[in-house]
Design a protein around this ligand. Structure first.
Ligand SMILES: [Zn+2]
Length: 370
C-alpha cells in the first residue's frame, strides 16, 4: 500500500505541475451535471471518492482537450471555475461565488469565505484536511515534505493506529506515519491501544469494530471455552426465570462474514447494509467472543428475554454491544440480541458507566476507507 501510494503521489505531483487537473475536470463537465451535483455542506460521512488512479486518468484524458487558459467572462448567470488575476480560483453558481465545501462530481473543494479555492493543509471544524494543487480534497495516504499522512474517507487527517484495509500503521500526534512503531497509543479516555499479531487491544480488551479490523486468518473456529461457560451460566439463570435463551449466530469466519455481507449489499445496497452488517474482517462474530441470541429481528426488543438480557447480561460477563441511541458511536443500529463477552468485572463496569464500549474505551468505530 505504501509503495503504491508513493507511486501515485509521485504521479499526482507530476500531473499537478502540468495542469490543475481537478479544476479543469470540473470545468469540463456539462452545466447540467454540475448543477445536479451541486455542493452540500460537508458532513461526517461524505466519502465517495474515486480511486486516486481513476481520478487521475479521467483528468488526464480531459486535459488533452482543454485549453490551459481559463479566465472566463463572469457574466451574471455564469457557472463554473474562474481564475482571478492574482491566481486565485473561484467557483461560480449562476453568477454567485461559492464558499465553504463544494462537491463537484466525486471531488470535494474548500473555498474560503471570500470564495478563493484552498490548497495545501486546511484546518476545518477540528480536523486537518489536505487539498492538492488542483484544490481537490485528498483521502487515503498523502505525502507531504517526505512525510506520510493518512486522511480518512471524509478527508480528515488521522492519528494513532490506523488500518488502511491492508495493514496497520501508526501516526504520531502530528499525523506523521512512524515506521515500525509497535508501542502503545493512548485513547481519549486514557487507555492503551496495542496491536498484537494484527489484532487491536485496548487495555487488553480485544476490539473488532469498523475502525479496528481483525486479520483474515484470525479464526478461533467457535465461541471460546470461557464464553461458552459464561453463556451456559447465563442460560441457566434465565431458565430459572422461565426464559429460554439460545444462540442463533455465534462464531463466524472471515469468509462466511464476507458472504453474508455481500448478500446484504445485493439486497439492500451498501449504505444500508453497513448499518447492520459488518464487512469481512470487521465483525465481532469473528472474535469468538460475541453471539446473537433468539432473534435478530427488531421485534425482539420488547420481549421478556430482551428485557432480561438488558438487566442481567453483565452479571455473567456480557454487554449488549450495540445499545439503543449509540449508532453514531458504535457504527451499528440497536441490536438487543448481540452480546459481547468481556468478563464479569469489565462487563459490570461498562454497564454501570451507561456508555457503549467505544465510549467507555475512548475509541472510534467507522470505516476509514471506502
Ligand atoms: Zn451479532
Amino acid at each position: 500500500m505504501m509503495r503504491r501510494s508513493m507511486a501515485l503521489a509521485g504521479l499526482l505531483g507530476a500531473v499537478a505541475v502540468l495542469l490543475t487537473a481537478g479544476i479543469l475536470a470540473a470545468w469540463m463537465w456539462p452545466e447540467k451535471n454540475i448543477s445536479a451535483q451541486e455542493s452540500s455542506m460537508k458532513q461526517g460521512s461524505v466519502s465517495q471518492g474515486l480511486e486516486e488512479s481513476s481520478r487521475l486518468e479521467e483528468s488526464l484524458q480531459q486535459a488533452d482537450s482543454i485549453p490551459l487558459k481559463a479566465e472566463p467572462d463572469v457574466a451574471a448567470d455564469y457557472s463554473g471555475w474562474a481564475q482571478a488575476e492574482n491566481g486565485n480560483w473561484f467557483y461560480y453558481r449562476t453568477g454567485e461565488k461559492a464558499t465553504g465545501w463544494i462537491q463537484l462530481g466525486t471531488v470535494w473543494y474548500l473555498l474560503s469565505d471570500n470564495g478563493a479555492m484552498q490548497t495545501g493543509w486546511q484546518w476545518y471544524a477540528g480536523n486537518w484536511y489536505y487539498m492538492d494543487n488542483s484544490g481537490a480534497m485528498r483521502t487515503g495516504w498523502v505525502n507531504d515534505s517526505s512525510k506520510w499522512y493518512y486522511m480518512d474517507c471524509s478527508g480528515a487527517m488521522m492519528k494513532g493506529f490506523i488500518h488502511d484495509g491492508n495493514g496497520w500503521y501508526y501516526l504520531d500526534a502530528e499525523g506523521v506515519w512512524q515506521e515500525n512503531y509497535t508501542d502503545a497509543e493512548v485513547t481519549s479516555s486514557g487507555r492503551m491501544i496495542r496491536i498484537e499479531n494484527g489484532v487491536a487491544y485496548v487495555d487488553g480488551i480485544l476490539i473488532a469494530n469498523k475502525k479496528y479490523p481483525l486479520p483474515k486468518d484470525y479464526a478461533p473456529g467457535r465461541l471460546t471455552d470461557e464464553v461458552q461457560a459464561a453463556l451456559a451460566e447465563m442460560q441457566q439463570a434465565a431458565a430459572a426465570d422461565g426464559l429460554n435463551l439460545y444462540v442463533v449466530s455465534g462464531y463466524r469466519s472471515y469468509e462466511y462474514q464476507g458472504q453474508l455481507y455481500q448478500n446484504y449489499v445485493k439486497r439492500d445496497g451498501q449504505a444500508a447494509a453497513d448499518r447492520y452488517s459488518a464487512r469481512p474482517g470487521y465483525s465481532e462474530h469473528q472474535t469468538g467472543l460475541a453471539f446473537d441470541l433468539n432473534s435478530t429481528s427488531n421485534s425482539f426488543a420488547g420481549t421478556p428475554e430482551a428485557k432480561w438480557l438488558a438487566a442481567h447480561a453483565q452479571e455473567y460477563g456480557f454487554i449488549i454491544r450495540y445499545p439503543k441511541g449509540k449508532e453514531n458511536v458504535t457504527g451499528y443500529q440497536y441490536e438487543p440480541w448481540h452480546l459481547r463477552y468481556l468478563g464479569k468485572e469489565i462487563a459490570q463496569a461498562v454497564y454501570d458507566s451507561g456508555l457503549c464500549l467505544e465510549e467507555y474505551l475512548g475509541i472510534a468505530s467507522y470505516y476509514t476507507n471506502e
